[in-house]
Design a protein around this ligand. Structure first.
Ligand code: UPG
Length: 391
């Protein structure tokens, strides 16, 4: 299969590109290196030393004998360039990661809110419009988020995208219907992903574009089978207060003996997935495309749920690091339960990697190995959801 990956230099995009290439698919990457530019803006770097794109691709060719082409442009701004590439290469599928993905970054200022909305919504709309204009029957696989559902679900087991509802008809009869699960975003970033859902629904209804939207949980881990093959292929590891996600942050904080930064009471329950399962799920989604005229396929790309303070306690027990319960910079419920359906991937053969001693150690080893690159000043989260909390 010919697969175009938008956002193929990022934390999920890069290991996905390698994994699909290793599976024998033809892969091309489009990326404007925005994540590396944001590192410059925030004056921080991936804990792991990631190589420039040219070096990454050369290393992949040496290790695997396979070639991946790279195009440096912005899909939210260069519509014509993307359309030309799609027309010339005629990919069977496009995997869309080309979005600003950090909730705290999206909440830093009005500039960051506007950038996140402009970038994410235009990237998605440009891709959909280009696929329609090309006239090609291309399957779009989009990396969405569990954050579209909101987290205060009061015992509901979150279905995979659609909710069955009964609506009273005029004659009193109860009519069954399926609607998109009501969106309840917790940040501007998550808001863009809820809006993406409507774009997909519309283009699917109007133009029969085939779309799979993956509602992914919080990714943890760093390496996949392919990124481990050569140090020049190493994946990025974010630990700073804007881009670092909770479990990787805690493992890295333990490695440098920095008190674990639990927000509020740490009663937030969240869904998680290991990076190795992310790349496998994308492969499964590509190999099981929607049929012509199918509605948007929505999968919950998660393998387990955990409460933040329990993760912190587990890491503290294993490493002796202390825990700091901080004022929560976010506007979110401090305590919630979360139950999620993920039957579709399990049926299609996903064999989940769950949190285990071995894997946690693997991440800690990476964190310890590169701890000399850590700037502790970048660890606290300084992005506040409400301006009245700004210090
Ligand atoms: N949290 C802490 N301490 C920290 C960092 C986070 O308590 O040092 C809490 C945070 O308040 C939240 C939870 O942990 O309740 C999860 O936060 P985080 O790991 O930053 O995840 P999200 O903000 O939900 O976003 C990540 C990805 C995003 C993806 C989403 C999937 O950045 O791209 O869509 O996970 O759920």
């Amino acid at each position: 299969m010919k697969v175009l990956i938008l956002g193929g230099d990022g934390f999920c995009g890069w290991p996905t590109a390698l994994h699909l290439s290793a599976q024998g698919h033809e892969v091309k990457i489009v990326d404007n290196l925005s994540r590396r530019n944001i590192d410059n803006e925030l004056e921080c770097e991936s804990l792991t030393p990631i190589k420039p794109m040219g070096e990454r691709l050369k290393a992949w060719e040496e290790v695997s004998g396979k070639n991946i082409d790279f195009y440096n442009f912005n899909v939210a701004k260069n519509y014509q360039r993307m359309l030309d590439l799609i027309n010339e290469w005629q990919p069977h599928a496009v995997v869309h990661f080309a979005e600003q993905r950090a909730a705290p970054y999206s909440m830093k200022s009005s500039t960051h809110k506007r950038y996140t909305v402009d970038n994410n919504l235009n990237a998605t709309n440009n891709l959909l419009a280009a696929v329609v204009e090309s006239g090609l029957d291309i399957h779009i696989v989009h990396l969405g988020t569990m954050g579209v559902y909101g987290y205060g679900t009061a015992g509901v087991k979150i279905p995979e995208g659609y909710l069955s509802v009964k609506v009273e008809a005029e004659n009193g009869e109860l009519l069954e219907n399926e609607i998109l699960y009501p969106p309840n975003p917790g940040s501007i970033y998550h808001l863009t992903k809820t809006q993406d859902q409507l774009l997909f629904m519309y283009y699917n209804k109007n133009d029969a574009v085939r779309v799979t939207d993956l509602h992914q949980g919080i990714v943890w881990g760093t390496q996949t089978q392919e990124t481990k093959l050569d140090e020049r292929l190493i994946n990025r590891f974010d630990y700073d207060g804007d881009y670092g996600t909770v479990l990787n942050r805690f493992l890295m904080q333990a490695a440098v003996n920095y008190p674990l930064t639990v927000h509020g009471t740490g009663g937030q329950t969240r869904a998680f997935i290991h990076i190795q399962d992310t790349v496998r799920c994308i492969q499964i989604a590509l190999e099981n495309p929607p049929k012509s005229k199918d509605r948007v396929h929505i999968y919950n790309q998660v393998t387990e749920t955990h409460r933040v303070r329990e993760l912190a306690q587990m890491i503290a027990d294993r490493t002796g690091v202390s825990i700091d319960y901080l004022d929560n910079p976010r506007n979110e419920a401090d305590e919630n339960d979360l139950h999620v359906k993920n039957d579709q991937f399990l049926k299609l053969g996903l064999n989940p990697t769950t949190l285990s001693q071995g894997l946690l150690e693997e991440v800690t080893e990476i964190a310890e190995r590169y701890s000399y690159r850590c700037n502790e000043k970048l660890i606290p989260c300084r992005s506040y959801w409400n301006s009245n909390k700004v210090t």
